[in-house]
Design a protein. Structure first.
Length: 317
């Protein structure tokens, strides 16, 4: 019977005697490999979460440290240095001297580049037109600038009793009516739309939309200083927003109820995020409703600085 089976296999696959032997060896090895796990089977070792918990705790500590360092660096970048005021001519200052007057290095270099291409500044108004120059800083300098308020006009170029001859000078007024000076109107940061935000020099469509999106995600600003947290805003732009933006009591930030808010509602707030939202919900599940905001201090992830930032946006009622 076995010989007939072997001859049938050999005829069907056209195996030689040697190939037939190799075929059976292969089948044997496959059976051994399939059966091996059953022979070497061992009982599962009980799972001990201690090591994993220690690893997670260490990662939380590292994350908190990184957040503190980032907040410290951010606070340092926006910390205003003392300004040294004295009478000066904008045409004679170096980058370092501009920095002593409170200007950052990039805008100072921009002023020097402008002067090299367009020539010397002839008036205070010409200096004010430099892109990125904070209005509040210019107003502080104004009494100390050794230049006239406005450039000499057409009337100063020719005397009234002289007949006009020759081409029109470049600085001849184009109209007989003086142009009205544009003034930024103060606005409520919690209700301002992109058009109002674009009044500020340096804020375009993208930055204004980014400010509105950040404000809506936060539920509103409770302090003008929070504008500095919007990604991409240069310090001079933040300074201008601080100057013209205000917050009315009628438009207070939207609060989240700690005892009814879902995990998803909590995690979407920029000051909370995934990890803290999970901790808040877990604590509520284990200990019941929060009796007061002070109960949050018992969560290890929330330190004093974090608690102070969260307080205006949370409620328990």
């Amino acid at each position: 019977m076995l010989n007939r089976l072997l001859r049938a296999l050999q005829g069907y696959f056209s195996f030689s005697q040697r190939e037939l032997k190799q075929f059976f060896i292969l089948i044997f090895l496959m059976v051994v490999l399939i059966a091996a796990p059953f022979f070497f089977f061992q009982d599962d070792v009980p799972y001990d979460p201690t090591a994993d918990q220690q690893l997670l705790d260490s990662l939380v500590v590292q994350l908190d440290t990184q957040v503190k360092v980032a907040e410290t660096e951010r606070a340092g970048s926006y910390r205003r240095k003392p300004i040294k005021l004295y009478r000066f001519n904008p045409n004679q200052l170096t980058v370092e001297q501009w920095q002593e007057l409170g200007l950052n290095k990039y805008i100072a270099q921009r002023i020097l580049n402008y002067k090299a291409k367009a020539g010397a500044f002839k008036s205070k108004a010409q200096l004010q037109k430099i892109y990125g120059l904070p209005d509040s800083l210019f107003q502080l300098w104004y009494p100390y600038i050794n230049l006239p308020d406005e450039s000499p006009g057409y009337a100063d170029t020719y005397k009234k009793d002289q007949p006009f001859s020759g081409p029109y000078p470049e600085n001849r007024p184009k109209t007989e009516y003086p142009r009205k000076r544009w003034e930024v109107q103060p606005f409520d940061l919690n209700t301002a739309d992109t058009t109002e935000l674009k009044q500020i020099k340096g804020i375009g469509s993208k930055l204004s939309a980014r400010i509105v999106a950040f404000r809506n995600k936060m539920g509103g600003f409770h302090s003008v200083e929070q504008v500095a947290e919007v990604y991409g805003l240069a310090p001079e732009i933040v300074d201008s927003v601080r100057k013209y933006g205000f917050l009315s009591k009628a438009n207070a930030p939207r609060k989240i109820n700690l005892n009814t808010a879902t995990f998803e509602a909590l995690r979407q707030h920029p000051y909370i995020g995934f990890s803290l939202a999970k901790a808040i919900v877990n604590y509520r599940t284990q200990h019941g409703p929060y009796p007061s905001l002070e109960e949050l201090r018992k969560i290890k992830l929330i330190e004093e600085a974090k608690f102070q930032k969260l307080q205006p946006y949370l409620t328990v009622q």
